[in-house]
Design a binder for this molecule. Structure first.
Ligand SMILES: Cc1ncc(COP(=O)(O)O)c(C=O)c1O
Length: 385
């Protein structure tokens, strides 16, 4: 393909809403058009040499073609260490779609789903929609707190736990290997299924093996593309504990939802993985993210925050004197939207005061810099401030 078009219209303004508000509450990977557009356009052209558009989109791809699931196994092996049996792999429309299928299938009435006391908000919404009861577990600087998890297992008989082990949303915490082993052992002892959402892990420069590689027999491993490639690609690979569970939970007719992957995205992703293009895109995203962290350090380096160069979001702890809700409102009034810690917690729990800031979403570093300068203005300069 000779010409790559400049993005136009809404693509240009992906992080601005119609009032010009810079949206750092969203947590998308930074755009890398030079690399992504070339790879995407070439893959598209190649694809259409081998299959006609009408055949490509003629039907659903159900759990993915054999090629999709084989490439999914390859993709997951970059984190799990070895490719899983392809009959354990299911290609889905997104991590959210996968979670919506897995929750009601794993947690029957009368049982509970355990979540970190601050967690990815849609999980609470999905649980409510499907009548899945939730019990919270505290996290510390190392992730899910094992003693508390064991108490929950003993008292509430949970059927499953949902957790984000690398770059936890919202706190950025990555669970250590020792802690992963502890959590895996407790889950196994109490017969709790693990739903491990590893969506942020591919950008880490010091990745730690997923819990799902320690106890695959009780793990549902989710590796979505939204945070490392593009949110609009809409794809996530699931690795189920075994082929029969994959079939039980995702058999195409099991429930009327939109969980199936879009054929065009699926075919392109399979192509990326087969040719190693996914690694090239990841390298470009990591590089751009690294330079955005340098910018972060330049602009707000004198303020207190928790960050990792591979993490799309940054966590700014605040104090009772500077409640997150008030700080977020003041920032919004000045043109930048961020997320307060309360949006990740249940109404029954008062989380520590903090805000989460996504640094990947702005289209350009210049726009990010403008937003960070505004953020800095509203951050306390010291703990006693
Ligand atoms: C932990 C976590 N999982 C999944 C997602 C979204 O993934 P998808 O777009 O594939 O549903 C997000 C987005 O913010 C997230 O924070």
């Amino acid at each position: 393909m000779n010409k790559i078009h400049e993005p136009a219209g809404p693509m240009r303004d992906r992080c601005l809403d119609k009032d010009g508000l810079i949206r750092l509450n969203l947590n998308h990977p930074p755009p890398v058009p030079k690399t992504f557009d070339r790879i995407f356009a070439d893959a598209f052209e190649d694809l259409l040499q081998t299959i006609s558009p009408s055949s490509l989109v003629a039907t659903h791809r159900w759990s993915g073609t054999e090629e999709d699931r084989s490439m999914g196994a390859e993709f997951a092996s970059r984190r799990l260490g070895a490719p899983p049996n392809i009959d354990r792999v299911v290609l889905t429309h997104s991590t959210q779609a996968a979670i919506q299928m897995i929750l009601p299938a794993l947690v029957p009435k009368g049982r509970h789903l355990v979540v970190e006391h601050m967690t990815y908000p849609p999980v609470r919404a999905f649980a409510q929609r499907y009548g899945v009861a939730i019990v919270d577990v505290p996290i510390d600087d190392n992730g899910v707190e094992p003693n508390s998890f064991e108490v929950v297992c003993r008292n509430s008989r949970p059927a499953a736990i949902y957790l984000v082990t690398t770059f936890q949303n919202p706190t950025t915490i990555t669970m250590s290997m020792d802690r992963r082993i502890q959590i895996a052992e407790i889950a196994k002892r109490y017969d709790v299924q693990i739903i491990e959402d590893d969506v942020y892990s591919l950008l880490s420069s010091s990745p730690i093996k997923p819990i799902s590689a320690i106890v695959p027999e009780i793990s549902w491993y989710l590796l979505g593309t939204a945070k490392s490639f593009a949110a609009g690609l809409k794809l996530a690979f699931v690795v189920a504990p075994n082929p029969s569970e994959a079939f039980r939970v995702f058999w195409p007719g099991v429930r009327a939802t939109y969980w199936m992957a879009t054929p065009i995205s699926a075919a392109l992703m399979s192509k990326f993985i087969r040719g190693g293009d996914d690694l090239e895109i990841l390298a470009a995203v990591k590089k751009e993210l690294g330079s955005r962290h340098e910018l972060l350090n330049e602009v707000v380096g004198d303020r207190h925050y928790v960050a990792n160069p591979g993490c799309l979001h940054v966590w700014f702890p605040l104090t009772e004197k500077h409640p997150s809700e008030e700080v977020a409102i003041a920032m919004k009034a000045d043109g930048v939207q961020v997320a307060g810690s309360n949006s990740y917690a249940s109404p029954a729990f008062h989380p520590p005061e903090a805000i989460r800031v996504g640094i990947g979403n702005p289209e350009t570093p210049e726009l990010l810099e403008r937003a960070l300068k505004i953020i800095r203005k509203h951050l306390p300069s010291g703990w006693n401030d």
